[in-house]
Design a protein around this ligand. Structure first.
Ligand SMILES: N[C@H](CCC[C@H](N)C(=O)O)C(=O)O
Length: 333
């Protein structure tokens, strides 16, 4: 059976889109997990690997034009992917000739739409990040029986840092830090402990972001992701960081925030809900690139054959990365 994989990125957070609706038969979940682990491997995977796979499926109910599942590089499944949903929005928008629609995700159908390009040649999309919850039970957080964690120390992690935990809806632990801490080893130390599979605080793991305030409505977010490790950017992490900026660090609802990350830059706007039909009290608009790097077709047998060298598989390169690199180079802000 032939499988086409399209390598895409949002802020250089890279994924392969795997469209199940194009296959002779649906893949089983164990097949999806093993394919993800194989193609994402940064050494032996496809085209230098990726941070995971975005599985596109038919929607399970009326309204959305497609469904997105998020599989981390280690094979674990996440409920949401902010950088990824922008690329799936571009993919589905092209396939269905629509520019403003909903995508079904694990917990909600989310609004996406094509947005004004961040720079010439940069296909840009806006995605709704929602539902959002601070409840420890929604986060898989276990710390001193706290129902929520807002700007609190966690002694077992650090005697200096203050943390806020929020699900968007995947779990994030956010800490506002100075520049030295942002670029130092603490993020890796704390996040690898919390994602080691048996710590008592986040037994199911958590995405951890350190945030530096560069100026008014201007942040730098560095993230160590559950199921992946360090990534160039994490859309849900930047959205969670933006919400914490508004609630705790002097930011304001409905104002456009510029969020830089190691892979580039996105814009966010934090909203307080007035529409009872929306999923939760807060939601975030995430605006950023949806870059398509190229695609290739391999067979399931090749993917299942450990002797088949994926690094030798050619991709039809779109050439879009040149424009994306020019965009990042222009970010001398
Ligand atoms: N990189 C993704 C997040 C993936 C989430 C995954 N790491 C998890 O929650 O386990 C983003 O742009 O939002």
């Amino acid at each position: 059976m032939e499988i086409t994989l399209t390598k895409v990125h949002g802020s250089d957070n890279e994924f392969f889109i795997l469209d199940q609706t194009k296959l002779e038969r649906p893949l089983t979940d164990p097949e999806i997990i093993s394919i993800t682990q194989r193609v994402s491997d940064r050494k032996t995977g496809l085209w230098n690997g990726a941070d995971g796979v975005l599985v596109v499926e038919s929607p399970t109910h009326a309204g959305p034009i497609g469904k997105m599942r998020v599989i981390n590089a280690d094979g674990s499944e996440a409920s949401m992917c902010g950088n990824g949903i922008r690329t799936v929005a571009r993919y589905l928008g092209q396939a269905h000739q629509q520019s403003d629609f909903k995508i079904e995700t694990m917990y909600a159908d989310l609004l996406v739409k094509q947005a004004t390009p961040l720079a010439p040649g940069i296909k840009t999309f806006q995605a709704e990040i929602s539902p959002i919850s601070f409840a420890a039970k929604d986060l898989g957080l276990h710390w001193q029986d706290l129902p929520e964690l807002h700007h609190q120390k966690i002694g077992a992690l650090s005697d200096q840092l203050f943390f806020t935990a929020v699900a968007v809806p995947n779990p994030h632990l956010i800490s506002y830090v100075d520049h030295e801490t942002l670029v130092g080893p603490e993020l890796g130390r704390i996040a690898s402990y919390l994602n080691n599979g048996d710590n008592p605080i986040f037994p199911s793991g958590v995405n951890v972001s350190f945030v530096e305030v560069l100026g008014d409505n201007h942040l730098f977010v560095r993230t160590y992701e559950r199921g992946v490790g360090y990534t160039n950017a994490c859309g849900t992490g930047m959205s969670a960081s933006s919400l914490v900026y508004v609630l705790e660090q002097g930011g304001h609802f409905e104002q456009e925030l510029t969020i830089q990350n190691p892979g580039g830059m996105v814009k966010t706007i934090v909203h307080e809900n007035t529409d009872p039909a929306r999923h939760s009290k807060y939601w975030v608009s995430l605006v950023g690139n949806a870059t398509f790097l190229g695609s290739t077709t391999v067979t399931l047998d090749q993917l299942n054959d450990p002797q088949f060298d994926l690094t030798k598989v050619d991709f039809a390169d779109t050439g879009e990365q040149v424009q994306y690199r020019n965009f990042v180079a222009s970010l001398n802000i």
